[in-house]
Design a protein around this ligand. Structure first.
Ligand SMILES: C[S@@+](CC[C@H](N)C(=O)[O-])C[C@H]1O[C@@H](n2cnc3c(N)ncnc32)[C@H](O)[C@@H]1O
Length: 418
C-alpha cells in the first residue's frame, strides 16, 4: 500500500482517541427564530455548532452511524495558513498543516460511516492528490468508487496564471464496496418493451377491448401475423377503430408476460406487432457516471443564497443545491431500509446539504434525516449583518430556506457544553 508521510501525521491521528469531556447542550441563538427547536434525539435534523473533531468523536462514541456523508472542507487555497517546520517551505508546509487538520477527521468519517454507507468529498486541484492518497489509505483503495468531475463555473477565468481552472472533484468512497449498493445514474430511456420472446412457450392471451392500436383502423382476419419481431396467431377477427381495439380477441404467441400486465400495458404497433409500455415502477436506472460537468455551478449557489439573505453576500463558498441532490440521488435506494436515510455534513457552511436532502426527498420519496456540523468560525469582512459566526448563518439558512421551499422539518440546534 502507498502511504503519504508528513510531519505531524501520527500526532494528528492520535487526536481521534483523546477523550471528549463534553456533552450536547441546547444552542439557542438570539439572532434567528428558534421556535421550532426540538430535542436532540427526536428532531428530524440537527445543526451542531461545534468543531467537527469533538462532535464527530461524540457521535462515534454514542453509536451514530450514517448512510451518506458529504463534506466540502476548506480547500487550502493558501490564504491564512502558517506552518513553521524548518524542513518544509511554501506549498509543502501549507499542505502539511492542512493534512494535519483533515487526517483525523477523515479517520472519524470512516468510523461513523455505516457498513453500506457512501462518503462524498468535494475538493479542488490544490489538495486533491493528497486527499485521495490519504483516503485510499484510510478506506482502502478497493473502496474508492470513483471521482466525479464537477464544473464550478460556466466561463473560464483568465486571471489564472497558466491555465484556467474550472473543474473540481467529488471523491467517492464506500465503507465497504462489497456491501455498498451500486450507485444510481439517470433513468434508462426505454419506454416500451417487446412482449414476445423466442425461448418462451406458445400461450393463449386475450387482446382486451380498448387496448391501444397504432396500426391502421380496419378488420384483421384470423391467421398468422409476422413482422420484424416474432410472429403470433390471431384466433378471432380483430377490429380496430379510432386507434383502439373494439372487441376482445384471442391470440397465441410466445408471451413473456402474464395476461394482467399485457392487459395493463400492451398495445398493437404501427406494423401490427405487439409491444408494451414500461411502467414507472419498472424504470431502471443506469450506473451513476463520474461526469458532473453539466450540473449547477457556484454561480447558481450564490443565486440561491441571495433568495434567502437578499443582496448581501454573507457566505463565500456555498455549493449549489443541485450538485448535492445529484449526489444524493445516486444513493436513493430504499429497499431494505428501516427508518430514514441518515445523512451527515460535517463542514456544513451555509447548510446547502440539508436543503438538498429535503429537495431530494421530495423527488424520490426516500425519508432522510440530516446532521450538520459547523464551527462557530467568526464572520470576516462585512460585519454589518446580524450574524456573528458561520454556525448562525447555517442555522438561519436552513430554517428560512426550508420554510421558503415549502418544507416544515423539525430541527434541533445544539452545541457542545463547555
Ligand atoms: C467550503 S465551506 C462549506 C460550504 C458548504 N458546502 C455550503 O454549501 O455552504 C467549509 C466550511 O467548513 C467550516 N469548517 C472549517 N473547519 C471546521 C471544523 N474544524 N469544524 C467545523 N466546521 C469547520 C468552515 O467554517 C466553512 O463554513
Amino acid at each position: 500500500m502507498l502511504e503519504l508521510v508528513w510531519p505531524g501525521k501520527e500526532k494528528s491521528a492520535a487526536l481521534c482517541s483523546t477523550p471528549v469531556e463534553r456533552s450536547w447542550d441546547t444552542w439557542i441563538s438570539a439572532s434567528f427564530d428558534s421556535s421550532n427547536q426540538a430535542k436532540f434525539e427526536s428532531a428530524n435534523h440537527r445543526v451542531i455548532a461545534a468543531d467537527n473533531l469533538d462532535a464527530l468523536k461524540l457521535l462515534r462514541d454514542s453509536g451514530h452511524r450514517y448512510d451518506v456523508i458529504y463534506i466540502d472542507p476548506p480547500y487550502n487555497t493558501g490564504s491564512a495558513l502558517t506552518y513553521n517546520d524548518k524542513n518544509l517551505s511554501g506549498g509543502a508546509a501549507s499542505s502539511a498543516t492542512w493534512l494535519n487538520s483533515i487526517y483525523p477527521r477523515m479517520i472519524l468519517a470512516r468510523d461513523v460511516l455505516a457498513e453500506t454507507g457512501v462518503f462524498f468529498v468535494s475538493i479542488d486541484d490544490n489538495e486533491a492528490c493528497h486527499l485521495l492518497t490519504i483516503l485510499r489509505e484510510i478506506f482502502g483503495q478497493e473502496n474508492h468508487l470513483g471521482t466525479i468531475k464537477w464544473r464550478r463555473k460556466r466561463k473560464p477565468s483568465f486571471l489564472d496564471k497558466h491555465m484556467s481552472s474550472s473543474l473540481e472533484y467529488v471523491l467517492v468512497f464506500a465503507r465497504n464496496a462489497r456491501l455498498c449498493p451500486r450507485l444510481l445514474g439517470m433513468e434508462t430511456e426505454e419506454s416500451t418493451r417487446p412482449v414476445l420472446n423466442a425461448s418462451n412457450k406458445n400461450v393463449e392471451r386475450l387482446i382486451p377491448a380498448g387496448m391501444p392500436a397504432h396500426c391502421p383502423d380496419g378488420k384483421y382476419a384470423p391467421g398468422l401475423y409476422k413482422n420484424r419481431s416474432l410472429g403470433f396467431s390471431l384466433l378471432d377477427p380483430l377490429v380496430v377503430a379510432q386507434g383502439v381495439v373494439s372487441e376482445q380477441a384471442r391470440i397465441v404467441g410466445q408471451f413473456r408476460i402474464q395476461q394482467e400486465l399485457w392487459t395493463e400495458t400492451g398495445f398493437i404497433t404501427k406494423n401490427f406487432g405487439l409491444r408494451r409500455r414500461v411502467l414507472e415502477s419498472e424504470r431502471k436506472r443506469r450506473h451513476a457516471e463520474d461526469d458532473g460537468t453539466a450540473w449547477p455551478t457556484n454561480e447558481d449557489a450564490q443565486a440561491e443564497l441571495k433568495l434567502v439573505f437578499g443582496s448581501e453576500r454573507v457566505f463565500d463558498f456555498p455549493k449549489p443545491v443541485g450538485l448535492l441532490t445529484e449526489l444524493l440521488s445516486m444513493v436513493s435506494h430504499d429497499e431494505s431500509r428501516h427508518g430514514p436515510q441518515r445523512c451527515l455534513d460535517f463542514y456544513a457552511g451555509s447548510g446547502s446539504f440539508l436543503i438538498a436532502a429535503l429537495e431530494q426527498s421530495r423527488q424520490d420519496a426516500v425519508a432522510r434525516s440530516v446532521d450538520l456540523i459547523q464551527s462557530r468560525e467568526s464572520v470576516r469582512g462585512n460585519t454589518d449583518h446580524q450574524f456573528s459566526d458561520i454556525a448562525e448563518i447555517c442555522a438561519y439558512r436552513v430554517t428560512v430556506d426550508s420554510l421558503r421551499r415549502g418544507f416544515s422539518p423539525s430541527f434541533a440546534f445544539v452545541q457542545l457544553a463547555q
